[in-house]
Design a protein around this ligand. Structure first.
Ligand SMILES: [Zn+2]
Length: 331
C-alpha cells in the first residue's frame, strides 16, 4: 500500500475521531426512510413490506450498534434483511459486523482493500496501549502547563482511547454477496437499483436508486462543497461522466443522500460536484500542456470559485490525483 493510501486511511479515521464522541441523530425523509447521521457519515434505512434495507454501517461497531438500535426502534418489529456498502472506506464499512445477520451487498473490489486497510491501521495504531500510557504520563507531568498544550494532550489521549476501543472490537466483515456490475434488489414491493459505473472516488463505488421512495444514495460520490475528495487512484474523468448520467435521471429521484452531511432535495449538489471535477481536470490538463511540473501546477492552479469550500487548502491532493490520471492515460 502506498504512503498516500495510509494517509487517506488516517484522514478518514481522523475525520471520524474529530469531535468524539459524535452525536448520532436521525432525519426522517418519509414514513419508510430515515437517515442516521454520525459515526463519521450517514447510514440510510429503508423499510419495505418484507424487511429493512440499510446503506452503509459507520466506522466502529459501537456506532453501528447505536445506528441499528435507532433503526429498529423507528421501524419497530421489522427486521433488517440487507446492508449495502457504498464503498470500502472505513467510515462506511467498519460497522458491518453488527449487521452480520443480514445479507451484506458490496462490490467485489472491496475485498482488495478491506484486509489491507485493516492491517495497515493495525500496523500504524496497534501499539495503542503504549501510546496511551505515554500520553497519560505526559499529562500527569504537565498538568500545570499552558492550557493549549494540555488540551492537545487530552485530545490525543481521547483519540488513542477511541482507537483502542475500535481496534479491540473490530472484525473486518466483507460483503457476503459481491457484485461486479449493476444489480437489482427486489424486496417487499420495492426495487433497489444498485449501480456500478466503474472507478471514481474508489474502484468499488455503488449508487443506490430507489424510485418508489425517490431516493438516490450516493456514498462518497457526492460531497457537498468539499475539496480533497480524490484518493491517489481516483478517476475524475469517469466521475464527471457518472455525475452527468445521474443528473440526466433526476426525474427518478427527489432526495439525494451523500455519504456525509445533509440531505439534498434537488440536483444542484450533483451539478456543483460535476463542475468542480471538470474545472480541476481542465486546469490540470492545461498545466500539463503548458509544460508545467506537478509542483508548479500545484502552485499555479487557483480555483477561486471554490475558495470557500471545505478543505480548499488540500486541493493540491485533487490536483495530484488528476495529474496521475492524465499521465497514465497519455502513456
Ligand atoms: Zn470514501
Amino acid at each position: 500500500m502506498s504512503r498516500k493510501s495510509i494517509v487517506l486511511i488516517f484522514f478518514c479515521l481522523v475525520l471520524c475521531i474529530q469531535g468524539q464522541p459524535q452525536d448520532i441523530n436521525t432525519t426522517e425523509i418519509c414514513k419508510d426512510v430515515i437517515v442516521v447521521h454520525g459515526g463519521g457519515g450517514n447510514v440510510t434505512a429503508i423499510r419495505t413490506d418484507a424487511g429493512i434495507v440499510v446503506a452503509d454501517s459507520f466506522t466502529t461497531p459501537k456506532e453501528a450498534r447505536e445506528a441499528r438500535k435507532l433503526i429498529e426502534k423507528h421501524f419497530s418489529g421489522v427486521s433488517i434483511k440487507y446492508l449495502i456498502n457504498t464503498h470500502h472506506h472505513s467510515d462506511h464499512i467498519w460497522g458491518n459486523q453488527v449487521f452480520g445477520d443480514a445479507v451484506i451487498i458490496g462490490h467485489a473490489n472491496i475485498m482488495n482493500h478491506l484486509i489491507e486497510d485493516y492491517d495497515e491501521t493495525l500496523k500504524k495504531y496497534g501499539d495503542y496501549d503504549a501510546k496511551i500510557r505515554m500520553l497519560e504520563r505526559q499529562l500527569n507531568e504537565k498538568k500545570n502547563s499552558k492550557s493549549v498544550e494540555l488540551k492537545k494532550l487530552k485530545d490525543d489521549l481521547a483519540l488513542w482511547k477511541w482507537l483502542k476501543e475500535l481496534l479491540e472490537e473490530l472484525v473486518p466483515t466483507p460483503p457476503s454477496l459481491q457484485i461486479t456490475s449493476d444489480a437489482y434488489l427486489k424486496l417487499g414491493g420495492k426495487t433497489f437499483e444498485i449501480l456500478y459505473f466503474g472507478t471514481a472516488h474508489t474502484d468499488n463505488d455503488l449508487v443506490i436508486l430507489d424510485r418508489k421512495d425517490k431516493l438516490l444514495i450516493m456514498g462518497d460520490l457526492l460531497f457537498y462543497r468539499k475539496c480533497h475528495i480524490m484518493g491517489p487512484k481516483a478517476d475524475a474523468k469517469n466521475w464527471i461522466s457518472i455525475m452527468n448520467k445521474l443528473i440526466a435521471r433526476s426525474d427518478q429521484y427527489e432526495y439525494v443522500i451523500p455519504g456525509h452531511g445533509a440531505i439534498h432535495t434537488d440536483v444542484s449538489a450533483l451539478e456543483e460536484q460535476r463542475d468542480f471535477l471538470n474545472d480541476i481536470w481542465n486546469a490540470v490538463n492545461d498545466a500539463r500542456q503548458r509544460g508545467l511540473t506537478l509542483e508548479q501546477a500545484k502552485k499555479e492552479i487557483h480555483l477561486e470559485k471554490y475558495k470557500n469550500w471545505l478543505d480548499y487548502d488540500r486541493i493540491g491532493l485533487d490536483i495530484e490525483a488528476c495529474w496521475a490520471q492524465i499521465k497514465k492515460n497519455s502513456l
